[in-house]
Design a protein around this ligand. Sequence first.
Ligand code: MN
Length: 261
Amino acid sequence: MRLRRAIGGAAVPMVDPFLLLDDFKSDDPADYAAGFPTHPHRGVETVTYMIEGAMEHRDSVGNRGRLGPGAAQWMTAGRGILHSEMPEQERGLMWGLQLWVNLPAAHKMVRPRYQDIAPAAIPEIAREKARVRLVAGTAWGAEGPVRGIDVGPTMLDVAIERGGTLDVAIGAEDSAFVYVLDGALRVGPDRREVRERELAVLGAGEVCRLACDATVGRAMVVAARAIGEPVARRGPFVMNTEEELGRAYEDHRTGRLVEGG
Ligand code: MN
């Protein structure tokens, strides 16, 4: 799967509690045909947000479903899960985001939990020259469908027309970022331009003004409380110490990662 890594690479290793943001977007089936075959996770939450195309997901807890355009999936891997996401199309555009959200030490080994969110379950808020899809959190009197997540996330898919502005309040204890999907936005008081596939980290406790003077500006705005704990991460596992990471690999090797193993 060909993708662009906006968080989790050398340039931006993490924006606590966000450990990874991948943007997979291609209309060449050779780029996406391989999908994401079965692989494990522990100690982290993985979020998939589909923009175009469709994937089928399956996991070791027995969940199975289809993620189509506008759908979201919030998976709390907890103590361990095996899952796959494979394309459900042979041609056309495949475009989605994958975000990893850390779990605090006290909840890294919880039972896996999985929230499958249909496009219609995501409130759409119309503002002047702007529309917002509210995946998680509360904003403009609406509440997103994602529930019971430790770090209290806010996740917005924002589209602003030329000449429009949108003020987004960032919580006082939140880490936050804007990732532009399409077009360009002017972000914050200095109206810095953030273009397609670029990331801007926002300050806690500010009202961030997003303005569009391009043809369109569409972006994900994501915020959550920072955890502030040590992070030990390797491959699909995110723990607090190297020892815990070693145990995760050992449990995976011996089939004890998932419940009943
Ligand atoms: Mn995964």
